[in-house]
Design a protein around this ligand. Structure first.
Ligand code: TXA
Ligand code: MG
Length: 315
């Protein structure tokens, strides 16, 4: 875990400029949205996204929401649709997140989507969030700015008490208006409510003129980590391998002889950033995959969780 002198930035032009600079440099900045404070990182920078998981101490890679400044910005990353337009007309900017198919060439780190082929996008309404996103001019991945398992922060002080020393800066604009996370609607298949939140289900159904499929918590889509097939390569995966045998390609960690290396310098943040993309690449060889032992602390626990799923017998 890296340690930072967490800066307190005020929500004025100078503070916004500093926050945007830090984000562009791959640093983490907590910023206000109308729902909760988000822990922002550049969604196109895998190491920045990995650092989000590390700062939160998240045990697993849940997919994150990409925050953008406008509908036009969202359309650069996802396949837009009439239903998406209806909901954006009704609720954006605001506490609604849309899950849509990724567009080819989207450039978003696979750690944001946790390897799914959809992306959650949201245009927040908070004026400071909007200004920040306009200045950054790129997608900002942001889960709630709290350590994993703790209550979501609705003030800069909440953020500070949870994450002080773990992130570069906190942009302080007072308490959040909504204080409850955004409603998440899935539009990649039949319209579904993936998470209740700041916009009521009835309002969403009214805007779409249709009933939503309701996902129960524990459903596969709301907990993509349970969808083994999303993480499992086609080839067999062998864990804790000291070396490759026979036909195997080797996904290495640290100073080892291998086909692709998650992190030559044994850096778990770098390894997390590389994980999904490297598994994809190795799977293209259609050969069995052997994976080096990965330490089980910090992000290593999440990496090992995903690797165990990848190695689990296919059902
Ligand atoms: O109000 C909010 O939404 C706040 C503020 C900061 O914007 N953010 C937030 O993020 O609540 P987080 O990471 O705590 O919640 C994101 C949720 C997770 O439950 C995740 O499973 C779901 O969004 N999600 C993200 N991408 C998804 C996808 N492609 N498919 C299905 N669910 C997705
Ligand atoms: Mg949260």
């Amino acid at each position: 875990m890296k340690l930072f002198q967490t800066k307190y930035l005020s929500a004025d032009t100078a503070g916004l400029a500093q926050a945007a600079d830090l984000l562009r440099q791959g640093q983490l900045v907590a910023f206000p949205t109308e729902t909760v404070y988000g822990l922002g990182g550049d969604a196109r920078n895998g190491e920045a996204v990995a650092a989000i998981y590390e700062a939160k101490g998240r045990p697993s890679f849940n997919p994150l929401i990409a925050h953008v400044a406008s509908v036009e910005a969202a359309q650069r990353f996802v396949e837009w649709s009439d239903q998406a337009q209806s909901l954006a007309d009704a609720f954006w900017p605001g506490p609604l997140t849309l899950v849509l198919p990724l567009r080819p060439g989207h450039g978003v780190s696979s750690l944001v989507t946790a390897g799914l082929d959809t992306l959650a996008v949201r245009v927040p309404a908070h004026p400071i969030a909007r200004s920040l996103l306009e200045v950054v001019d790129g997608p900002v991945a942001a889960p709630s700015a709290n350590p994993s398992g703790q209550i979501s922060p609705t003030t800069a002080d909440h953020v500070q008490s949870g994450l002080d020393g773990r992130i570069a800066a906190i942009l302080d604009a007072g308490p959040c208006g909504v204080g409850l996370e955004s409603t998440i609607v899935g539009l990649a298949g039949e319209p579904s409510l993936l998470r209740p939140g700041g916009v009521a289900l009835e309002e969403v159904e009214h805007a779409l003129d249709t009933r939503l499929h309701i996902h129960q918590s524990g459903d596969l889509l709301t907990a993509p980590g349970q969808l083994q097939s999303h993480y499992a390569p086609n080839a067999p995966v062998r864990l804790n391998a000291e070396a490759g045998v026979g036909d195997e390609v080797v996904l290495g960690f640290g100073p080892v002889d291998c086909t692709l290396n998650l992190s030559q310098s044994s850096d778990l943040v770098e390894a997390a950033a590389n994980l999904f993309a490297m598994l994809h690449d190795l799977d293209k060889s259609h050969r069995p995959i052997a994976v080096s032992p990965i330490p089980d602390h910090g992000l290593g626990a999440a990496i090992n969780d995903r690797l165990r799923r990848a190695a689990a017998p296919k059902t």
